[in-house]
Ligand binder design. Sequence first.
Ligand SMILES: Cc1cc2nc3c(=O)[nH]c(=O)nc-3n(C[C@H](O)[C@H](O)[C@H](O)COP(=O)(O)O)c2cc1C
Length: 313
Amino acid sequence: MDVFDAIYTRRSIRKFLDTPVEFDKLVEVIKAGSYAPCAGDLQNWRFILETNRDRIRSMYHHTLEQEAFTTATAAILVVAELDAAEKFYGLRGKRLYSVQNCAAAVQNILLAAHAQGLGAVWIGAFDENRINDEYKIPSVARTQAIILLGYPDEVPKERHVKNVWFLTNFHRWGLKYEHPHRVTHTFADEWTHQRQVLKQEVSSFGQKLQRKLNRNGSEETTTGDGARGTGDTADGTRGVSGERKGGVKGMSSAAADAGKEYFLQARATAKTFLDNLKKEEYRGRAATKRLSTAKGRVPTTSEKKSVRGQKRA
Ligand SMILES: Cc1cc2nc3c(=O)[nH]c(=O)nc-3n(C[C@H](O)[C@H](O)[C@H](O)COP(=O)(O)O)c2cc1C
């Protein structure tokens, strides 16, 4: 499972099979946790592994009676050593970095568990004092999370994840684009590729049709290159045009006419599409230029309007 598979398919699992998790797998997931990034490389996280089912079940009463505690076969407590972080970073280290370090470790653990076919859930709702008492956590430390693990006994429903472009702002808070490729340019590459693919398709379709029309006695009256599927003649029909005088083998005259008509329509649609793509790319470059010149300052009202105007266009 590659990293993207693991990220996109991981879900919280809250119901587990009776099968215990192999010790090596549990050690592996903790190891994955210890590879998380952390402020100043302090690694001020500590892990407590619990595999005793009765003790896991007894946590149920200190965790808002969450059902997951009744079936989990393993639990990992992720604890931050606050004094270490405070020593180096003061209050920020104690209150923020410690939380963030452990959160990064938890995410690694969840992904590693999932990659090994295990189910897991991050538990944040628990009575800290009771858990601290139970596990002899010193006052210089804080239990940040409990992770329940086991082999999954449920398939969660599909999750609705907010659209990436809804979540992404450009250059400053609140600046979003309905068509982000206009500013990122990355989409322009893709669109250029799509345009080429489409052109190719239209062209090969035209050539095929032309060959059929030409075959077996049909006479061409075009002046241009009859084999080309796309072209730029004034009547816009080069490549497939030609008054077909003879019959087309295996094709009735009506079918051939219909085919030609279809091709012309398809090409007109494709042309409009390609023109629109060109316009999009042009606007993309213009918007990027405007934004890069506006760097470091809040866009003026007219700049905002112009971006909005593009959205409407
Ligand atoms: C800080 C934090 C606390 C959480 N606490 C709980 C919890 O107490 N119980 C629980 O069942 N899930 C808990 N979760 C899991 C979330 O409910 C879950 O990740 C979220 O609904 C998204 O679903 P998914 O993990 O299946 O993608 C917690 C998650 C985080 C990040």
